[in-house]
Design a protein around this ligand. Sequence first.
Ligand code: PGA
Length: 224
Amino acid sequence: MKHLFIAGNWKSNKGIAETEDWLRQFSVKWKDIGVVLCVPFTLLYLLKEEIARLQLPIKLGAQDVSAFGEGAYTGEINAGQIKELADWVIIGHSERRKNLKETDDMLAQKVVQAQNAGLKIIYCVQDEHIPIPVGIDVVAYEPPWAISAVSNWKTQDPQVAGQVCALIKKRYPELTVLYGGSANAENVQSFILQPSIEGILSGGASLDPVKFANLIKNAIIASS
Ligand code: PGA
């Protein structure tokens, strides 16, 4: 059985009431797999408290981190602040590379900040040629055109995704390699059945507690 890793990426979605609803409806039991929920900064404190209270085996993550440390950086959230609330951070997502013009150099600075604070990193790459900084934990291969918000749930061909993930795994055998891009409960098994795909980074499907729970259940079935 594969050791699975499933991450949710809520992007810029949900307020407090919607998060409380999500928690009320999210119900799935698992063991021996990692589930990380990466949410807006504004929801981290609430989710940390509620995950502890409900004893859910979910780890929390942020979706960005400041490239700077503590200090006069208006609007930034630094790695130490995130570490008080979460264990993980996504760095290098294609939406930030595109919309916020994040460069490989800036991302490398963010990686250093996250590492110094003890955060674990899910690093997103858009193809097998994107440089991956040293010392990250998980890499997510996500072709930007396959992200559900733009592709309307058209995924990368699972075999092609498997081949790209195999190339990444060959170069970085120590990293856990995920696929992301329109993954959902219906198609997740076709990705998990690829030998080099060790898990999923899910955006749109993770917003719905029932769909996300089904995605996790189906991924577990395919991995066992
Ligand atoms: P999607 O998003 O599952 O909605 O395609 C994945 C991501 O952007 O991380």
